[in-house]
Design a binder for this molecule. Structure first.
Ligand code: SAM
Ligand code: SF4
Length: 331
């Protein structure tokens, strides 16, 4: 097998994000509808054995970074067992998980024992009322308890993902940044992207990285860009000039990073995507369940990477949002 996944624009793909479920225990307005959520049928979701087989084929093609996500990955039963299987794959140099943190009080320890160390916890605000408004659930205390626990257990790095929505989270920027500095959590602000289930995204609702940097530099401490820490990572990293740690920005809207993209995504229902915003998907489940050989699945992964477009066109009039919202694609 050719141990490299390179697309027609020369980009090397070594990063796989796996969604293990489209279900979630909260309802962030920029991702899910408030009610009547349409979930995939249980038998449409890949089993852990199917996921493991897929990953073992992908690592032979050069994938070294794997992130488990969802929906909310911790609502899927036995997720620590999947983590254990993935942690045992020697080619994976970087195994991480993204969670809303609500179930961390119960699951942080089993995940740690399964070999997980890198974790991103999604938290937009430290204010209970605003947390409940954003997520339509009153779960802030459990997320904070979960964060304290992952810190105590020795996870690292621990990152916090905060979605930057204009006219909403401005009061949260400084408290979140201070919370990160005090606890050694790296906050990553993610610009609001057109991936919500209810079609409410509008450019005017994107709080940009530039605006956040200006606020934090003024009110916390001056921020200095860390040059080329990892040019293929989506986040632009900054550090506080007073030594108070680092902070990241995923500026998909104001500073798209498509030219450096190294990612492919496996959805919970077994489709492979070359972009979060892709309008097409490749059915992998059919092959996994239809008796295909590893070589046939590898060929399908290669073909998906070969079909990858140059980049999303959020900033052009041609942009068409993908047919599935964030929770169904996998964030
Ligand atoms: N449930 C987990 C969580 O919330 O972290 C994992 C899946 S979630 C889809 C992954 C990430 O997507 C979240 O951390 C959240 O910050 C981000 N996200 C969801 N909807 C978004 C949107 N419309 N724009 C930008 N980021 C979004
Ligand atoms: Fe659930 Fe994560 Fe979507 Fe929020 S962003 S609704 S926590 S899947």
């Amino acid at each position: 097998m050719n141990a490299e996944l390179r697309d027609t624009f020369g980009r090397l793909h070594d990063n796989l994000r796996i969604s293990v479920t489209d279900r979630c225990n909260i309802r962030c307005f920029y991702c899910m509808p408030e009610r009547d959520v349409e979930y995939a049928a249980r038998d449409a979701i890949l089993s852990y054995e199917e996921i493991e087989r897929f990953v073992r084929i992908a690592v032979k093609l050069g994938v070294t970074k794997v992130r488990v996500t969802g929906g909310e990955p911790l609502v899927r039963k036995g997720v620590a067992e999947l983590v254990r299987k993935l942690a045992a794959i020697p080619e994976i140099q970087d195994l991480a998980l993204t969670t809303n943190g609500v179930l961390l009080p119960q699951l942080a320890e089993p995940l740690y024992q399964a070999g997980l160390r890198r974790i991103n916890v999604h938290l937009d605000t430290l204010d209970r009322e605003r947390f409940t408004r954003i997520t339509r659930r009153d779960e802030l205390d459990r997320v904070l308890e979960g964060l304290a626990l992952v810190k105590r257990l020795g996870f690292g790095p621990i990152k916090i993902n905060a979605v930057a929505v204009k006219d909403l989270v401005e009061p949260d920027l400084v408290p979140l940044a201070r919370f990160g500095r005090e606890n050694g959590f790296e906050i990553r602000f993610i610009e609001f992207m057109p991936l919500d289930a209810q079609g409410i995204w509008d450019r005017s609702r994107v709080l940009t990285a530039g605006e956040i940097i200006e606020t934090l530099s003024r009110e916390v401490a001056p921020l200095i860009e860390i040059p080329d820490r990892d040019p293929r990572a989506p986040a632009t990293e900054y550090r506080y000039s007073d030594g108070g740690g680092a902070i990241g920005f995923i500026a998909s809207v104001s500073r798209p990073f498509c030219q450096n993209c190294n990612r492919i995504r496996l959805t919970a229902d077994g489709n492979l995507r070359y972009c979060l915003f892709a309008l097409e998907e490749t059915d992998v489940k059919g092959l996994l369940r239809g008796g295909a050989s590893d070589d046939e699945i590898a060929a399908l992964i290669r073909a998906t990477v070969q079909a990858k477009w140059e980049g999303h066109e959020i900033n052009s009039a041609r942009f068409v949002p993908p047919p599935r919202p964030m929770y169904a694609i996998g964030g």
